[in-house]
Design a protein around this ligand. Structure first.
Ligand code: 3H9
Length: 695
């Protein structure tokens, strides 16, 4: 029988098994459809074959279409739809045998088979929405025919896979196989081989469709997927599936899939998908770098940051010793932590038993010496170099020799901190983002002497606690805060020139950021940014900062925590303009002789993203970030930059770098040399990443 290298054919008496061998995730790459079609044709022609089993080799069934081929012209894309059609019309029973993940095109392939069997640990889903596309190989038509409209919409709009056990209850899986999957699937195929008619999902009717349900789904996605294209297309297609013949939906789906695939939103989301995976790779750090075993963690400081950091490890089942300087601060920290868990339990995300299990892993103490058993100690104390140095000197004396000493500083020089210890190779920055138990980003700050083992251990640990770890170099603010600092400056300038804080925030909200710069400032606390500006001015020998925002801080309004800052807040924490603050801004402009002008939303977004891109280019050039993609990952996971715009550096490519350069010049900024060079050469930051990877 003809075989392609990606699909193996093997005969088990009267059953033909087609094994997809395309590691690591058996994506539907070129060669897979050819192999499957050849196998199916062979099975159809061979009278000795009664049924076909399709299974994935290695760790998983098919994890979907090959996303790398999404940039190819339509004619060159692997023919998943053709394969699905061949399966749907196949004259003999077909059985999809699922393990690992059956995702996207993988599940669509399985849905086109007559039967599906799975190991209990398998997961099934249609995650296309996360890539800005929609199920494009019959998923929008077939899934509602099996699990009903509501469940199908839930699965497609969330993109979250369901366990095989649930899929069995829903009828999406016909049988769970407890033992060897291949053996079980072949036995199942033999049992159903003679059954006629062959069940075909496309011939079923759709249950549970009402106009109200679709109206509710459309309303819900306005909130959950604000500004995104593909969720609305998914709802339209499921409605079509529910109200029109299967064939009509199938044709419309092909067209809408291509529309979504070609969209800038899908390009942005695909970029982030690959950039996130790329960011886990550190040039020069071999896969065989030995790792330290982290069995117990110490956290210094039980404030908002320390408590949030501790929760990450407790959630992952790691014991944490948390240290404070006073009983009162310790008690307060612990009660906040408990309240956080209890509120998760109220929302049904945790059981009360689990709350207790996690709390039991926590040891509160006032004694620093109790950290002697920890393999990793993270400090989250006041942002002051003298305080940190004294602390690290002390830690060096009491921590076990192999322990990693980490600082959660967001601005200070990690090299300087490391230098006070006798083990600078064990010192690293672990910069969590607030709220630390929620935000997915972890900037892993590699200091000059940080060892490969410590770095690799921290990267692995990030994964273990569900964070996206991105390696950055030492500089003031590292990547994220250094860029946000410039962004904040530009936002304040916009207000000075005439824009209202509300207009600035609204423009960024419209771009897809959940918070604009001033909403963010009010949440973080105005005093935090002010302290940094004072510190910088002192360092540079400049006069005390006295911008309009500094003046607001001096009125005592520090943001949400004092009930108001730039804005007022009601119980729902919705910002409302405050007349006194508006008057303060107007008086400031008058004092500076500024005649306020109208600033358009377009100018606001261009200037703010432009400053991010410009600082990002400098960071990249200096090697503080390894790749532009890393910067994008930082901005998406740490600052809420919409993933469907692919992060600031990717968005620069979408706009054209030349335009970014022109904008910067128009508004009085000097473009970074790297940005200017790439713009001149007609390149993007992705080109730069490729250049750097080639060395
Ligand atoms: C679709 O199916 C469209 C159809 O409806 C219609 C078509 C007409 N393609 O994540 P990992 C790579 S849309 C290409 O680190 P894990 C990944 O880049 C698709 N490559 O492993 C990485 O490469 P590298 C719907 C892919 O165990 C390596 O595999 N499907 C794909 O943590 C390992 O990945 C999805 O959206 C792919 N589809 O997680 C599923 N998937 O080693 C997307 C992975 O070079 N994938 N790679 O860095 C995932 O969610 C996770 O990768 C998965 C494994 C859960 C499968």
């Amino acid at each position: 029988m003809t075989q392609t290298p990606l699909v193996e054919q093997s005969r088990h008496d009267d059953i033909l098994v087609l094994t997809i061998q395309n590691p690591p995730v058996n994506a539907f790459s070129p060669g897979v459809p050819e192999g499957l079609k050849a196998g199916l044709s062979a099975a159809a022609a061979d009278e000795g074959i009664a049924a076909v089993v399709i299974i994935g080799g290695g760790r998983t069934f098919v994890a979907g279409a090959d996303i790398k081929t999404f940039g190819l012209p339509r004619e060159q894309a692997p023919d998943l739809r053709g394969t699905v059609q061949q399966l749907d019309a196949f004259p003999k029973p077909t059985v999809a045998a699922l393990h690992g993940t059956a995702l996207g095109g993988g599940l669509e392939l399985a849905l086109a088979c007559a039967y599906r069997v799975a190991v209990p640990g398998a997961r099934l889903g249609l995650p296309e929405v996360k890539l800005g596309v929609l199920p494009g190989a019959g998923g929008t038509g077939r899934l509602p025919r099996v699990v009903g409209v509501q469940k199908a919409l839930d699965m497609m709009l969330s993109g979250t896979p369901i366990p095989a056990t649930e899929a069995r209850e829903l009828g999406l899986v016909d049988e769970l196989i407890e033992g060897d999957l291949l053996e079980g699937a072949v036995a199942f195929a033999r049992r159903v081989a003679g059954q006629r008619p062959i069940p075909r999902v496309s011939e079923r009717s759709v249950q549970g469709a009402t106009p109200e349900l679709f109206a509710a789904a459309r309303e819900a996605i306005q909130k959950s997927h604000r500004g995104q294209l593909s969720p609305a297309l998914i709802v339209d297609l499921v409605e079509l599936a529910a109200t029109r013949p299967f064939e009509e939906g199938w044709q419309a789906e092909a067209q809408k899939f291509m529309e979504a695939r070609e969209s800038p939103q899908s390009r942005g989301l695909r970029h982030i998908f690959f950039a996130e995976r790329e960011s886990a790779k550190i040039p020069g750090l071999g896969k065989d770098t030995p790792l330290l075993n982290i069995r117990a963690v110490g956290v210094i400081g039980a404030g908002t940051m320390g408590g949030g950091i501790a929760m990450n490890f407790l959630n992952a089942g790691l014991p944490v010793t948390i240290v404070e300087t006073s009983q009162e601060a310790l008690d307060r920290g612990l009660s906040v932590l408990r309240r956080n868990y209890e509120s998760s339990a109220k929302k049904g995300r945790l059981t009360l038993d689990e709350v207790e299990r996690r709390m039991a892993l926590l040891t509160p103490t006032l004694e620093m010496t109790d950290l002697g058993g920890a393999d990793l100690i993270i400090e989250a104390v006041f942002e002051d170099m003298a305080v940190k140095k004294a602390l690290f000197t002390r830690l060096d004396g009491l921590a076990r020799d192999s322990a990693i000493l980490a600082t959660n500083t967001s601005t200070l020089d990690v090299n300087e901190i490391a230098a006070v210890t006798s083990r600078p190779e064990q010192v690293i920055g672990l910069h969590f983002f607030s709220p630390a138990n929620v935000m997915k980003l972890l900037e892993i700050v590699r200091a000059e002497k940080t060892s490969d083992t410590v770095l690799a251990t921290c990267m692995a640990l990030a994964r273990r606690i569900g964070k996206v770890g991105v390696v950055v170099g030492v500089c003031d603010g590292f990547v994220g805060n250094r860029m946000v600092h410039r962004y904040g400056e530009e936002a304040r300038r916009l207000v000075e020139e005439g824009a209202s804080p509300e207009a600035v925030d609204a423009a960024m909200n419209a771009l897809g950021l959940p918070m604009g710069p001033f909403q963010m400032t009010d949440m973080a606390g105005l005093d935090i940014g002010y302290a940094i500006r004072v510190h910088r001015a002192q360092q540079r020998g400049e006069p005390e900062p006295d911008g309009w925002l500094d003046r607001i801080v001096k009125t005592g309004r520090k943001g949400q925590k004092t009930g108001g800052g730039i804005y007022d807040y009601d119980d729902t924490r919705r910002p409302r303009p405050n007349a006194d603050m508006q008057a303060l801004i107007e008086a400031y402009r008058a004092e500076k002789g500024v005649t306020p002008r109208t600033v358009s939303a377009d100018e606001i977004t261009r200037r703010l993203t432009g400053t991010l891109i410009n600082e990002g280019a400098r960071i990249l050039d200096e090697g503080i970030a390894q790749r532009a993609g890393d910067i994008d990952v930082i901005y998406v996971y740490g600052y809420g930059f919409p993933a469907y715009r692919g992060g600031p550096m990717h968005s620069a490519g979408e706009q054209g770098l030349q335009r970014v350069v022109e904008d910067l010049k128009q508004y009085g900024h000097t473009p970074a040399p790297l940005l200017e060079r790439l713009a001149r050469e007609g390149k993007t930051f992705a080109d730069f990443d490729r250049e750097r990877a080639r060395g």
